[in-house]
Design a protein around this ligand. Structure first.
Ligand code: HEC
Length: 157
C-alpha cells in the first residue's frame, strides 16, 4: 500500500512538472509571435543613448531646473501642445511626464523640432507612431529656444 502511494505521488509530481514546463514554453512562443517586427529594431537601441535625428546633437542639462525657463515652457506647452498631450495621462500622444527618464534630452528636442523626419526614420519614433495609431506628432514650428523651454517645463512634471 505504501509503495503504491509513493509511486502515484511520483507520477503526479512529474505530470505537474511536465505541464508547467510546457505551458510556459507555449506562452513564450505566443509572445514572440505577437510582437510586431518594428519593436525588434527599437529593442536593440537603448533609448537613453539615442539622440534622434535633427538639429540638436548635444545638450547637457544643469542639475537645477531653471524656473523662469520652465514657466515660459509651460505657456508654450498649453498653447501649442495641449491639444494632443496631457501632462498626467496618455492622450493623442504620450504624457510628457517622466519623458527624460526614458529619452535623452537631445531626442526630445529633435522630436519637437523635427517630428516629420523622426517618425519617418528614427526607430523609437517610428515605433511610437505605430503605438499611437499612426497619428503623427505635429511640427508646431517652435524655435530652438522655445523647444528648450518646453523641455525645461517637462523636467518639473
Ligand atoms: C496633433 C497632435 C500633436 C501635437 C499638436 C503635438 N504632439 Fe507631440 N506627439 C503626438 C503624437 C501622436 C506622438 C507619438 C508619436 C507619433 O505618433 O508620432 C507625440 C510624441 C511626442 C513626444 C515623444 C514622447 C515620448 O514619450 O517619447 C514628445 C516629446 C512630444 N510629442 C512633444 C510635443 C510638444 C513639445 C508639442 C508642442 C510643441 C507637441 N508634442 C505637439 C502628437 C502631437
Amino acid at each position: 500500500m505504501k509503495k503504491i502511494l509513493k509511486i502515484s505521488m511520483i507520477a503526479l509530481l512529474s505530470v505537474t512538472m511536465y505541464s508547467c514546463g510546457s505551458d510556459s514554453n507555449s506562452e513564450a512562443t505566443k509572445d514572440e509571435a505577437k510582437k510586431p517586427a518594428t519593436s525588434m529594431i527599437a529593442d536593440e537601441v537603448d533609448p537613453m543613448d539615442s539622440k534622434g535625428i535633427g538639429p540638436i546633437s548635444s545638450l547637457t542639462l544643469a542639475d537645477e531646473v531653471d524656473a523662469t525657463m520652465a514657466a515660459s515652457g509651460e505657456e508654450i506647452f498649453q498653447a501649442k501642445c495641449s491639444a494632443c498631450h496631457k501632462t498626467d495621462v496618455k492622450f493623442i500622444g504620450p504624457s510628457p511626464k517622466g519623458v527624460l527618464e526614458r529619452r535623452s534630452p537631445e531626442w526630445v528636442m529633435n522630436m519637437i523640432l523635427n517630428p516629420e523626419e523622426m517618425v519617418a526614420n528614427d526607430p523609437i519614433a517610428k515605433e511610437l507612431l505605430v503605438e499611437y495609431n499612426m497619428s503623427p506628432m505635429a511640427n508646431q514650428n517652435l524655435t530652438e529656444e522655445e523647444a528648450r523651454s518646453v523641455l525645461e517645463y517637462f523636467r518639473t512634471l
